[in-house]
Design a protein around this ligand. Structure first.
Ligand code: GTP
Ligand code: GTP
Ligand code: MG
Ligand code: MG
Lengths: 292, 278
């Protein structure tokens, strides 16, 4: 892991008064490489390393720790600071409140809608309704209906309707008529560069005015994480991000990439396929994971 | 790169950045830049076009090493293809696309809807089967996945089908219980038809980074992976990680997925892939 590698690089720094760019270049190269291997986007890494150098250079070498430990702590703290807080709240003030999920194919939107419904039902005693607005994928509606049944929650769907914004509008009306106080809208997976399908989400947003628009993103995303986050954010002004599949062993550098490039908060993570496998985001745990 | 007069540190940094952006990984990228730089400094290549071509050639060499492996066709019954991979990587859709692909070559197929775990896992493939007019063997959610594989192969034998394609539930390799289940599915395939499965293909999502290499390593510890299907290459991901997979593990890409429709599958063409990479 990173700390161990630095012990080596920093053995050379013993006796030095200050951390300087010169005597730390090898350590910085190591950190840079660790972040790239964690799949953090290259431009994000370069930006982060500039910030780290600023924070490190000129610092007095502390007596109680090795320079290696000291640098890792600076990097770790900087990473946590960048990741944002773990208190990102959901805006659920509507009658009903509306949450819209979006993201690439297979990122976990449909299962996350159900997990989020369960979580908010338990935590805030919300009366949730789910809206099956993926009209493209075979059995997408079936999938959400099965999940809704498992949760004993109503699912709005209409297999005859191919007009997604209209479908969502009807779902919202249905939620109002049935006295539900939260509507969670599942949408089809789409490429962030598919202008027509991204426009469909923009129209969906205009019609139902969601209180939360959350990007559901696979934590194992590679260098494209920045493009994915920025495109969805620029089109929709996201209110947050949900990172999925953290029960895998991806280092999760995409978290830093997406957070850094959009400034939007990571609100939840999912850690498995069970309904209960949704947790609030912990920036410190994510930082440690990325550093390996 | 085309306005580069002579190659210097900045040009090499830009080349490394380009390679890293394709998810080739920092160490493979660094190594390729070093190899190219070595050739340039020894005067073996001169222009910026040479440099890019040289990088492409190095990557192509890795992809084409050991030649092209054709599908291991079974002489005594259907050829059984088992599709495995992490959650959401494109297995079910690829099963449908492969059916369409082989169908166009005049082959007959039986599909095994082996995802008996996920909500509508079986239903999804059954709907594809209806669109493709292809028989699908399934079972209710919660039933034994290996039993579906067994029944699908038996049905394929009985129908004298050319291929039996078995879909499995998505899983993370970090779950040893689920990896054990996959091994059981493989074993049961062999019980239904000795020698089956003849191909085990791992779906790799082109938007994912270095974890795909870990996935290939870990799935490959359960049984030999005989090929990859690189999905979602119509997206912005370049799928460079398959180069690392080929180099370290020897698994070749067999097909690429270029969309959500049944026709959006192509045989892997290494040259086209490398040209599209950068
Ligand atoms: N292991 C694991 N699997 C997950 C997690 N979240 C979702 N999945 C699985 O990932 C796969 C894809 O999930 P879906 O909810 O269908 O993804 P989606 O974004 O709705 O997919 P599309 O609608 O096709 O774009 C399924 O197998 C889910 O069970 C997670 O946190 N961990
Ligand atoms: N754009 C694009 N989408 C694809 C491609 N292959 C699959 N998909 C989409 O990716 C999503 C997931 O595909 P599935 O076939 O359900 O993936 P899976 O591996 O079977 O998922 P699980 O069974 O839940 O693990 C669906 O929305 C598919 O339409 C591809 O090549 N390009
Ligand atoms: Mg879905
Ligand atoms: Mg599937």
């Amino acid at each position: 892991n990173l700390t161990g590698r630095f012990q080596e690089a920093f053995r050379k720094l013993t006796g030095k008064k200050e951390l300087s760019e010169k005597n730390m270049s090898e350590a910085f190269a190591d950190i840079r490489n660790a972040l790239l291997e964690a799949d953090v986007n290259l431009e994000v890494v370069n930006q982060f390393m500039d910030d780290v150098k600023q924070a490190c250079i000129g610092q007095e070498v502390l007596k109680s720790v090795t320079p290696g430990q000291q640098t890792v702590k600076i990097v770790h703290d900087k990473l946590i600071e960048l990741m944002g807080s773990s208190t990102a709240e959901l805006n659920l003030g509507g009658e009903p409140a509306v949450i819209m999920l979006c993201g690439l194919h297979g990122s976990g939107k449909t299962t996350t809608s159900a997990k989020l419904a369960h979580f908010l039902q338990k935590k805030h005693r919300k009366r949730v309704m789910l809206a099956a607005c993926d009209v493209y994928r075979p059995a997408a509606i079936d999938q959400l209906e099965v999940l809704g049944r498992e949760l004993s929650l109503p699912v709005y769907s209409d297999r005859q309707c191919q007009d997604v914004p209209l479908l969502a509008q009807r779902a919202l009306q249905e939620a109002k008529d049935r006295g539900r106080d939260l509507l969670i809208i599942d949408t089809a997976g789409r490429l962030q560069v598919d202008e027509i399908l991204v426009q469909e989400l923009v129209e969906l947003k205009d019609i139902v005015r969601p209180h939360e628009i959350l990007l559901v993103a696979d934590s194992a995303l590679g260098q494209e994480a920045v493009s994915v986050a920025k495109h969805f954010d620029q089109a929709l002004d996201l209110s947050g991000i949900i990172l999925t599949k953290l029960d895998g062993d991806a280092r999760g550098g995409a978290a830093l990439s997406m957070r850094q490039s959009t400034g939007k908060p990571i609100k939840f993570v999912t850690v498995g396929e069970r309904i209960i496998d949704l947790e609030t985001f912990h920036p410190d745990r994510m930082a440690s994971r990325i550093l390996g | 790169f085309s306005d580069v007069e002579r190659w210097d540190e900045a040009s090499y940094a830009r080349l490394e950045a380009t390679l890293i952006s394709t998810d080739l990984g920092p160490s493979v990228s660094r190594r390729i830049v070093a190899d190219v730089r070595d050739k340039y400094e020894r005067g073996l290549i001169n222009t910026d076009a040479d440099i890019l071509d040289s990088a492409r050639t190095l990557i192509l060499d890795i992809l084409c090493r050991d030649g092209i492996q054709p599908i291991r066709l079974n002489e005594n019954g259907p050829t059984v293809i088992l599709l495995v991979g992490v959650n959401g990587s494109g297995k079910t859709t690829s099963a449908a696309k492969l059916t369409y692909h082989f169908r166009k070559l005049g082959k007959t197929i039986v599909l095994g809807a082996g995802d008996t775990f996920r909500a509508a896992g079986v239903t999804q493939l059954q709907l594809w089967g209806e669109r493709l007019d292809c028989p699908v063997i399934g079972a209710p959610q919660g039933s034994d996945s290996a039993a579906v594989a067994f029944d699908a192969i038996k049905s394929g034998i009985q129908k004298k089908a050319d291929f039996v394609i078995i879909d499995t539930a998505g899983r993370q390799h970090t779950r040893t219980d689920l990896m054990d289940e996959l091994l059981k599915v493989k074993r049961i395939c062999g019980k239904a038809l000795p020698g089956a499965p003849h191909e085990i293909w791992l779906t790799v999502d082109a938007s994912i980074g270095s974890n795909s290499l870990v996935q290939a390593k870990e799935f490959g510890k359960v049984f030999p992976i005989t090929g990859l299907i690189l999905t979602k290459l119509d997206g912005s991901g370049k799928g460079g990680v398959v180069v690392a997979i080929k180099e370290e593990l020897g698994y070749p890409v067999q097909f690429i997925g270029l969309g959500e429709q049944m026709g959006d599958l192509q045989l892997f063409d290494p040259e086209m892939f490398v040209k599209a990479m950068f």
